[in-house]
Design a protein around this ligand. Structure first.
Ligand SMILES: [Zn+2]
Length: 305
């Protein structure tokens, strides 16, 4: 372990920016979050300023930074992003962070960063092969193979959110029947309303709360989301023989609703390998992507446990 080393972890998403300070043993020293401002430059500045404030509070100096960000990232630059982001596609995040902070930085996709975090310091750190799934506003996925992130030819390996075969409802990507229509926060809220549910003011979290109080429609929408995730996990298990699945994102705040639905579905159709699919919920919570990205920074971080 390198004594006194502090790495800044950053997670830039559509709604919020989360930052944390990590010790070399992977422990989180401090963390904070702010709403995401519009524009690439403003997002990086907000993240860097918040990180510096945390470091000053802790009387620490930042030695390196790692950022998990929404969108496709190639060589530190965002090459594709949702249309909900302003001035983000084409933005050189790594160069901007390095200039602003004066330390080396790594930048990666936020779902990949989530899986790196959980596979190195979180719920599946004992596993060699893992499918990572984020059930947030949308559905993201990533694959950890032989102890490392597997990106695929175009960096899209494990992107199960836009895999077809999950009904016929329109997806945010413009196609239809994708897993995201069933298992995203947005999908859960939309399906609940479409089924005749009472108006929502807090989206999927409110559907979850109603499911817990016996709202049959809310319970069914969550069961169908879980069954969708299970089918996707079974397909991945069939193709690459990966049976450990770690689930994060806002919907994963409701494991009491999701876990029974997912486990019933995977038990009903076990992989031909005979190895059962094992469902894990994220251990690093909403900090998984920031921690995962920080763990990939220039200074090595290893689990102290
Ligand atoms: Zn789609």
């Amino acid at each position: 372990m390198t004594a006194g080393v502090t790495v800044l972890g950053i997670d830039i998403g559509g709604i919020g920016i989360k930052v944390c300070l990590l010790d070399a043993d992977g422990s989180v020293v401090a963390h904070d979050r702010i709403p995401t401002p519009p524009g690439g430059e403003a997002m990086v500045e907000a993240a860097a300023a918040l990180g510096e404030t945390l470091a000053a509070d802790q009387q620490r100096r930042i030695h390196a930074a790692g950022a998990g960000v929404a969108g496709v990232v190639e060589d530190g630059v965002v090459t594709a992003a949702s249309s909900s982001f302003t001035d983000w596609t084409g933005y050189p995040v790594r160069a901007a962070l390095e200039t602003r902070l004066g330390v080396p930085a790594v930048v990666m996709n936020d779902v990949n960063a989530f899986l790196v975090g959980e596979a190195t310091l979180g719920a599946v750190r004992a596993e060699r092969d893992v499918l990572g799934v984020t059930l947030g506003t949308g559905v993201g996925g990533a694959v950890w193979l032989d102890g490392a992130l597997y990106l695929g030819r175009s960096g899209a390996a494990g992107e199960i959110g836009h895999m077809p075969g999950f009904g016929s409802e329109p997806c945010t990507c413009g196609q239809a029947g994708h897993l995201e229509t069933l298992a995203s926060g947005r999908g859960v809220a939309r399906r609940y309303l479409a089924g005749g549910g009472a108006p929502l003011t807090d989206g999927a979290a409110e559907v979850a709360a109603r499911a817990r109080t016996g709202d049959e429609l809310a319970g069914r929408v969550f069961r169908e989301a879980g069954a969708g995730v299970a089918r996707a996990a079974l397909m991945v298990a069939a193709v690459v023989d990966v049976v450990d699945v770690v689930i994060g994102g806002g919907l994963a705040q409701s494991p009491d609703l999701l876990r029974p639905a997912i486990e019933a579905a995977v038990a009903a159709e076990p992989p031909v390998s005979g190895r059962p699919v094992r469902i894990h919920f994220a251990a690093l919570g909403s900090l998984a992507a920031a921690v995962g990205a920080a763990s990939q920074a220039a200074i090595p971080i290893q689990s102290g446990a």
